[in-house]
Design a binder for this molecule. Sequence first.
Ligand code: DP6
Length: 343
Amino acid sequence: MSSKPTPDIDRTRRAQAQAQPNIALIKYWGKRDLALNLPVVGSLSITLESLWTRTAVQFDPALDADTFLLDGRRDDGQLRRVAKCLDLLRARAGVDYRAKVESSNNFPTGAGLASSASGFAALIVAGNAALGLNLSLAEQSILARRCSGSAARSIFGGYVEWSCGTRADGTDSLARPLLDADAWPLRVVVAITSKKEKAIGSTEGMNRTADTSPYQQAWIDSQEADLVTARAALAQRDFEALADISEHSCLKMHALALAAKPGLLYWNAATVDCMHRVRALRAAGVPVFFTIDAGPQLKAVCEPQAAAAVAAALREIPGVLDVVETGLGGPAQLIAAHQQVAA
Ligand code: DP6
């Protein structure tokens, strides 16, 4: 047993929160501090609407270990990461209660659909409420960042920028909202080309890249200009400018990762076919562009009137297993909270 003081009036403290994944248009790839999970570059993303993670956390002095259930099944593989996140929350609250975490996703986990972003954002929001921490959104974004970098952005809705920051302690490396979802209601059509978990997760992939890719420094040096271009495209609602800079950032991230040793190849044949299809649609005047993360799914971002045609075109491609369409969504939110105080 730990010797930390634990107030004995509370029995269980629980809360449930929902967060949506976000998709980076200007990508995060690479860390400047592994322990604090600080990035080497800033990034810019859109938060989705209809894909979600719902996470319930219950801190209970009667538990002697943390447990993690994903979609109803114990997931001991992810437990260490979840427990690390719980440790950050416990340290802020000055308690040492173990917790039971139950999470569910309405989309495949770990296949490049940003489940760690929505998962850890939901856990931080739920944990903050369960432990009565009253953390600001900025502090929640910082804590979420420490659990998974992209989770810092899923605290917010719409268009979001996560600053690289320069401080060694990471207090200036957090996300902030740039534009509400309603201010520019683009849509995202996700072509699912595999439902398997990816072989090399983002953390391992970006560390291998930093250690072995000859393009790492060029990636870092060119990021700020991409962020400037993307911010201007947002401010002007300039779809073509956003399309060009987003595809550039995606392809540059993959080029960097492809050049690692051994090279990281996240695409399958259907992913590449989808890329060509999206390019052909755009050349024919359809307002759509693609982006791809550390997995084989392709996300096509388009103007609302083009979504049905984009979805139909991607559905036709051999190897596309499913197509999911979504708008842009809001911030992570609390669904329920309960702090029981003993009589
Ligand atoms: C390709 O946020 O999953 O999706 O901080 O190690 O947990 P960790 O990495 P993670 O990486 C996301 C990488 C990406 C690009 C992005 O979302 O910006």
